[in-house]
Design a protein around this ligand. Sequence first.
Ligand code: 5GP
Ligand code: ZN
Length: 114
Amino acid sequence: MDCIFCAIRDGEIPSPKLVENEFCYVIRDINPQAAVHLLVIAKPHVANIAEAVDECPELVSGMLKTAVECARQEGLEEGGYRLVTNLGENGCQSVKHLHIHVLGGEKLTENIGK
Ligand code: 5GP
Ligand code: ZN
């Protein structure tokens, strides 16, 4: 299986990890959509949030906790921020390995749909 987030997890593709724990690791998005754009990436290869909720719900809570802690660490809490996870084609998920986007550091668009 060719998966970029598994390769980064395993150090095959170098990418500085801001945080790493039993559930996930955190990197900066290569193509940031906001002043701060982090990716909280599941440690195991799980395709998306729906699969994780069914098969390993503790992973979901661990990732959400990590996302909130990273946002706090980045100083995003006071101004606010957005957590996003895309699923499938309509959700425009480009990497089929569960990850949560943390977006903030500036005012985001009100429209989060199309
Ligand atoms: P998705 O579209 O699947 O929700 O989000 C995938 C995200 O991964 C995109 O925002 C994209 O910029 C980011 N991304 C893809 N490849 C890499 C990479 O090699 N390094 C980093 N840091 N981000 C990546
Ligand atoms: Zn993977």
